[in-house]
Design a protein around this ligand. Structure first.
Ligand code: NAP
Length: 311
């Protein structure tokens, strides 16, 4: 059997993403030792029960000590505090990474805490579900999903290659881009769609009680897909909007303009405009299926519970 890619892998935060990384690394033999830390003693006990870590550490610093790769799997807003805690414990040549759904702000918050003898290589696996916590993770979460690695301009190519190899080992396809470009792309592909879902479900909730029950009764008409996205973790998504503010506002501006154009087409009965628009959007869905990022099953996401939206 060949040597694992990583000697000691430390995962900080045993939530959906952290526990999936630990499970994937263990299942695929990617690390000699998988260490998992979580701030909550009850979660640490649960991690021991679930058995997806070789070592459960009480603190992030304990987990990071002697680790070759440390991955912070915490909400974006907590990444600076985690970097401050693990920074002094990083050994020479160690790589500190993360999985946050926003990248420029994460680099800003984490970089000051990384000692000169270690490397910061941020990343974002574009894979997830609306579930949270250590029970929600599973080893195949990243298979055939994208992981976007966003190295800073001065990053060591060897460290970047080592992190990319780990993600490929977990089954992900890897793409590299700048943190700023990542934030713009994800604003339109993930962040604004989540905001729309949160908004439409909120609007329904504000309606009269009778209408709300009818909304639930007839939810298969489209609303149901939004409710799944709008069930995503409130802490995570609060942080996404707080820390990717500029890009989200930019994309929201464009979205609002395009929505006004559709509104106008409806008002003036412009069927050609509506038909042409819906034909173009249908083609986008087809290309997502062709690229293997979705199935063509008519009821996707329902029978296979663990297939969901990505942050
Ligand atoms: P999760 O299941 O809610 O887990 C969050 C983890 O972060 C938990 O271990 C939690 O600890 C820990 N945590 C929360 N606040 C903390 C703090 N202030 N200090 C230290 N630890 C803290 O969330 P998740 O879905 O794994 O998300 C983690 C990261 O992955 C986020 O940055 C998110 O943007 C990114 N991401 C999420 C998805 C997705 O679809 N969910 C996809 C890609 C990337 P406790 O156990 O004490 O609660």
């Amino acid at each position: 059997m060949s040597a694992p890619l990583v000697g000691r892998l430390a995962v900080i935060g045993a939530g959906l993403i952290g526990s999936s990384i630990a499970r994937a690394a263990r299942e695929k033999g990617l690390a000699g030792t998988v260490v998992v830390a979580d701030r909550d003693p009850a979660v640490r006990a649960r991690v021991r029960e679930l058995g997806f870590a070789d070592v459960v550490a009480d603190t992030a610093a304990d987990a990071a000590r002697d680790a070759d790769i440390v991955i912070a799997c915490v909400p974006v807003g907590a990444s600076g505090a985690v970097a401050a805690e693990v920074g002094p414990a990083l050994k020479p040549g160690a790589i500190l990474s993360d999985v946050g759904s926003v990248k420029a702000a994460v680099v800003e918050m984490m970089a000051p805490h990384v000692p000169a003898h270690a490397q910061l290589v941020p990343a974002h696996p574009v894979a997830g579900t609306e579930f949270s916590g250590p029970d929600a993770g599973f080893a195949s979460l990243f298979e055939n999903r994208w992981c976007i690695v966003t190295p800073t301009a001065d990053a060591d190519p060897q460290a970047v290659a080592a992190l990319e190899a780990l993600w490929r080992g977990m089954g992900a396809n890897v793409e590299t881009m700048s943190p700023q470009h990542h934030d713009l792309v994800l604003a339109i592909t993930s962040h604004v769609p989540h905001l729309i879902a949160y908004n439409i479900v909120g609007t329904a909730e504000h309606l009269e009680h009778t209408l709300t029950s009818e909304v639930i009764k007839f939810s298969a008409g489209g609303f149901r897909d939004f409710t799944r996205i709008a069930a995503s973790d409130p802490t995570m998504w609060r942080d996404v909007f707080l820390y990717n503010r500029e890009a989200v506002l930019e994309m929201l501006g464009r979205f609002t303009e395009d929505l006004s154009a559709l509104q106008r087409a409806i008002r003036y009965g412009d069927g050609d405009a509506l038909f042409e628009h819906f034909t173009r959007t249908r083609a986008i869905r087809r290309s997502i299926i062709e690229q293997g990022q979705e199935t063509a099953a008519p009821d996707f996401g329902r029978r296979v519970i663990k297939d969901g939206a990505a942050g």
